[in-house]
Design a protein around this ligand. Structure first.
Ligand code: NAD
Ligand code: ZN
Length: 334
C-alpha cells in the first residue's frame, strides 16, 4: 500500500538519502503476499525494500567521509558494530543484525535514513538501475567467491535472480562448465545468454545422467544452491562429486531432510553456508564485476518501471516473467 510517511530523522552518524531507484527482491514479494514467514517476522507499520541507490541530501554532525549530492547505495544489514563477529570482519553473521525493510524502515520511499558506515559510494559510470541491484548481485558474488570456481565444473540449482547473477559471475570467474537446473524456460534462456553451458529442466527424465555424462561420470566439483527448493537441494547433493563443495544460499521454507551419510559424509563434501554479503569485500568484488560485465547485468534487469507501478512489478515477479525489476523514482523537490 502506498502511503504518505514522514521524512525520516537522522542521528549524528547517519545520512538522509533521496532514493532514485530501488530493486524488488523475493523477500519483498513474501512481505507483499503477507505469507507465514512475514507474519512471524515483520512488525508493521513498516516501509519495505532494501535494494537501492540514491543521493545524499543531509548528513549527521559526525559524518565526515561523504557529502550531500553524492550518489550512494548501502549495505542493508546493519551489524551491532561491537560483537565478536562485527569486530572480526564477519558483520554479515552478527547476532544482532538489523535489516532495512525488514526490521526497520527500508527504501520503497522518497527518503531513507541509514548509518554512514553502511554506505557504498557509487562511481558515475554505474547507472542507477544497475547500482540499485548491488545487494542481490552481492549475494551471488558472496556465494560464487566462497569456493574457487576457475577451471571447474559448476552446477547451479535455481536460476532465479540470484542464480542468474551467479551464472554471469561464475563465467567471469573462469568456470570451465556451468550447468543450470531451472524449471522456468524463460530463465533458462537468460542463463544461456549470460554464460551457462548446459540447461536442464528439473522435470526431465535422464537429467542426472546428463550431468554425470558431462563430468566424466563424477558429478560437478562445485554446487551453487540458489533455489531453496528441498528437491533441488537433495538433487544437488546427490550429483555433487566426492570431495566437492556445496555453497548453499537458497533458503528452504521448512526443515529439509538430507541423506547426510550417503550424499555428504561418505563423499567428503565441504559445505559453505552463505548469508548476505561480506562487508565490504563482496562489494568491491561486485563493483569490479560491474565495471567488467555491465552488459550481462543489464540483461538481467528485465524491467524498469516508474515507482507508482510497483504492483505491476510484483505481479511480473510472481508470474515468473521478470528477473530483476527496478522501480525508478522521479526526483521531487522537498
Ligand atoms: P528466485 O525465486 O528468483 O529464484 C529461485 C529459483 O529457483 C526460481 O527461478 C525457481 O524457478 C527455481 N526453482 C524452483 N524449484 C526448483 C527445482 N526443483 N530445481 C531447480 N530450480 C528450482 O529467488 P532469488 O531471489 O534468486 O533467491 C534465491 C534463493 O536464495 C531464495 O531461496 C532466497 O530466499 C534465498 N536468499 C538467500 C539469501 C542469503 O543471504 N542466504 C539472500 C537472498 C536470497
Ligand atoms: Zn555485531
Amino acid at each position: 500500500m502506498l502511503k504518505e510517511a514522514p521524512k525520516p530523522a537522522i542521528g549524528p552518524g547517519d545520512v538522509l538519502i533521496r532514493v532514485r531507484a530501488a530493486g524488488i527482491c523475493g523477500t519483498d514479494v513474501h512481505i507483499y503476499d503477507w505469507d507465514r514467514w512475514s507474519q512471524n517476522r515483520i512488525r508493521p507499520p513498516l516501509i519495505i525494500g532494501h535494494e537501492f541507490v540514491g543521493e545524499i541530501v543531509e548528513i549527521g554532525q559526525n559524518v565526515r567521509h561523504v557529502k550531500p549530492g553524492q550518489r550512494v547505495s548501502a549495505e542493508g544489514h546493519i551489524g551491532c558494530g561491537h560483537c565478536e563477529f562485527c569486530r572480526t570482519g564477519q558483520a554479515h553473521i552478527c547476532n544482532d543484525v538489523r535489516i532495512i525493510g525488514v526490521d526497520r524502515d527500508g527504501c520503497f520511499a522518497e527518503y531513507i535514513s541509514i548509518e554512514a558506515g553502511n554506505l557504498w559510494p557509487v562511481p558515475d559510470v554505474i547507472p542507477d538501475h544497475l547500482a540499485a541491484v548491488f545487494d542481490p548481485l552481492g549475494n551471488a558474488m558472496h556465494t560464487v567467491m566462497a569456493e574457487p570456481v576457475a577451471g571447474k565444473s559448476i552446477l547451479i540449482t535455481g536460476a532465479g535472480t540470484i542464480g542468474l547473477f551467479a551464472v554471469a559471475i561464475a563465467h567471469y570467474a573462469g568456470a570451465a562448465t556451468i550447468m543450470v537446473i531451472e524449471p522456468n524456460a524463460f530463465k533458462r534462456g537468460l542463463a544461456s545468454e549470460v554464460g551457462a553451458d548446459v540447461l536442464l529442466d528439473p522435470g526431465t527424465e535422464g537429467l542426472e545422467q546428463e550431468v554425470l555424462d558431462r563430468t566424466d561420470g563424477l558429478g560437478p566439483q562445485v554446487l551453487l544452491e540458489m533455489s531453496g527448493n528441498p528437491n533441488a537441494i537433495n538433487q544437488g547433493f546427490r550429483l555433487l562429486r566426492n570431495g566437492g563443495c556445496a555453497c548453499l544460499l537458497g533458503i528452504p521454507p521448512d526443515k529439509v531432510t538430507l541423506d547426510l551419510a550417503k550424499d555428504i559424509i561418505f563423499k567428503g563434501v565441504t559445505i559453505r553456508a552463505i548469508n548476505g554479503r561480506r562487508m565490504f569485500d563482496t562489494w568491491y568484488q561486485s563493483q569490479n564485476f560491474l565495471f567488467a560485465e555491465q552488459q550481462r547485468v543489464e540483461r538481467l534487469v528485465t524491467h524498469r518501471l516508474p515507482f507508482e507501478q510497483y504492483e505491476r512489478g510484483f505481479e511480473l515477479l510472481k508470474n515468473g516473467t521478470a528477473v530483476k525489476v527496478v522501480l525508478e523514482l522521479t526526483a521531487s523537490e522537498g
